[in-house]
Design a binder for this molecule. Structure first.
Ligand code: FAD
Ligand code: MLT
Ligand code: ZN
Length: 469
């Protein structure tokens, strides 16, 4: 085929992988194993010039492109369809660090840099890159930007959008849009970079970014707190903030069903409190000055929470190893669920203050509709963002995922009543695009379609994702 020959000429034959010659399953199935595709080829460009050339070639031949980073996305945004006509464009070879400007507190990295490497590099320069998610060992900066990833430190530092000062993007016709400025102020018309952040590869391919760095925290402590309800958890957040203000850098909640699932499926997960509480909070505090003052303020705040009945029990970690063990338990929530079998996942947000009322309203509705249903609720309580997952009743017969529409209607209609979001950090991909017309206004949807048509008139950038057909 002419297209493949020309792609080989541009990238080198070793970087054009085809299904007849290679096992491409690592690139054609989503992380949750819910979607499998069949691509025409998997392309591995080495740099921005090659991305530009191969995207122009796709435009010329009318070939659709599915950009792929670490393939850790939760909504099948990086999976090709089954037509055998789309190409998967891997960004992993674009993994250079172009610059570190310690005085400007920025680094310029290519899209294929793995998040954990970027965190390490920042630390080598006595700086801090705050995005932190369970997949950080495999996800890539381009994927993080394309999904506007969140994670555990949004409470203090914001999500990925807040970490991006500049971008380089290859547009659907192959032109390179260079917005690689390390500016904290620039009010010169529409801020174009924001169009591509969170667009899940539907408007262009991110090839590099200027990222914001922060002073490195010199002290960090983590506590696991047992609480009787999400309302108590929010009261705990208020107590911590009144003592520690912005030094509270993570505030995560887990229902006991999640903790039990991780303990069952992930070997080495520790036993925690003598008496199992219904809810657990992981609260982290960090400071760029003295460890002692931080520890004292944290202990005082937690002491007050215990005394007033806001907290039932507390484990304050005494070593980095112990803190890592508790974070591993939290990070393994998704893997444990995957091993436990299909559950209907939600990544919703409501205003932080509404979380307890939301949970109290929805849990009984689910139980009425599906007696014995097992809610698996955890997430970023400090941001009002819960992974409100619903596992089948133990005696359920049949495919639980067949109930997705009915379960979604219960959960997501309630989200809408609380003026919330039905996808707070994972995006839409193929999995959630159908919810868009249900929960966005026609005007919002129309504006999105007009932006898509203006930037990608041929509809070749990740078709079938984000926007419903
Ligand atoms: P991919 O999965 O490869 O792609 C995701 C989307 O971005 C696709 O639509 C793809 O087409 C597009 N894309 C990828 N690279 C580019 C590019 N260079 N240019 C344009 N488009 C591109 N997410 C959170 O937000 N918070 C969490 O706490 C969190 N925890 C996770 C924990 C685990 C264990 C796992 C497996 C996932 C978790 N995720 C979380 C989801 C996922 O890791 C993030 O969405 C991540 O940002 C995806 O990055 P990736 O490189 O793997 O992207
Ligand atoms: C998390 O916070 O662990 C993730 O976003 C992953 C998930 O929802 O499974
Ligand atoms: Zn999350």
């Amino acid at each position: 085929m002419r297209f493949l020959e020309e792609a080989r000429a541009l990238l080198g034959a070793a970087h054009v992988l085809t299904p007849d010659a290679e096992d491409l399953s690592a690139y054609t199935e989503d992380w949750r194993r819910r979607y499998q595709g069949r691509p025409l080829a998997v392309l591995r460009p080495a740099d921005t010039a090659q991305v530009s050339a191969v995207v122009a070639l796709c435009a010329q031949h009318g070939v659709a492109i599915v950009p792929q980073g670490g393939n850790s996305g939760m909504c099948a945004g990086a999976t090709p369809d089954g037509s055998g006509k789309q190409v998967v464009l891997l960004l992993s070879r674009l993994n250079r660090v172009r610059a570190v400007d310690a005085l400007n507190n920025t680094m310029t990295v290519e899209a294929g840099c793995v998040l954990a490497k970027v965190q390490e590099l920042a630390a080598e320069h006595e700086r801090f890159f705050p995005l932190s998610i369970g997949s950080e060992g495999s996800c890539q900066i381009g994927g993080n930007i394309a999904t506007n990833a969140g994670g555990i430190q949004v409470l203090r530092y914001g999500n990925m959008r807040d970490q991006v000062l500049g971008l380089e993007v290859v547009l659907p016709d192959g032109q390179v849009l260079n917005l690689l400025k390390g500016l904290r102020k620039d009010n010169t018309g529409y801020d174009l970079k924001h169009l591509f952040i969170g667009a899940e590869g539907t408007l262009g391919i991110i090839t590099a970014a200027v990222l914001k760095l922060y002073p490195a925290p010199r002290a960090r402590t983590l506590a696991l707190v047992a609480v009787e309800s999400p309302q108590r958890a929010l009261e705990l957040l208020a107590v911590l903030r009144s003592h520690l203000a912005d030094r509270v850098t993570a505030f995560e909640i887990m229902g006991d069903a999640v903790v039990a699932m991780v303990q069952k499926h992930i070997p080495g997960t520790p036993a925690l409190f003598d008496k199992r509480p219904p809810w657990y909070v992981l609260a982290q505090v960090s400071d760029s000055s003295g460890a002692e003052a931080l520890q004292t303020a944290f202990e005082e705040a937690l002491g007050q929470a215990l005394e007033s009945g806001v907290a039932q029990d507390v484990i304050i970690t005494s070593s980095v190893a112990q803190a890592n063990e508790l974070w591993a338990m939290r990070d393994n929530a998704s893997a444990a669920q995957q091993r436990d079998g299909h559950n209907i996942k939600h990544d919703m947000a409501v205003p932080v203050s509404s979380v307890p009322a939301f949970i109290d309203e929805v849990l009984p509705q689910l139980e009425i509709a599906y007696p014995g249903v097992r809610p698996v609720v955890f997430g970023h309580l400090g941001d009002g963002n819960l992974h409100f997952n619903v596992a089948r009743p133990a005696d359920w017969v049949g495919d639980w995922l067949d109930q997705s529409d009915a379960v979604n209607a219960i959960v997501l209609d309630a989200v809408a009543r609380y003026n919330g979001s039905f996808s707070a950090e994972h995006g839409l991909g193929m999995l959630k695009k159908h919810e868009l017309p249900l929960y966005k206004t026609p005007l919002e949807l129309d504006l999105m379609r007009r932006i898509k048509a203006a930037l990608d008139p041929q509809g070749l950038m990740n078709p079938g994702k984000v926007l419903p057909d």
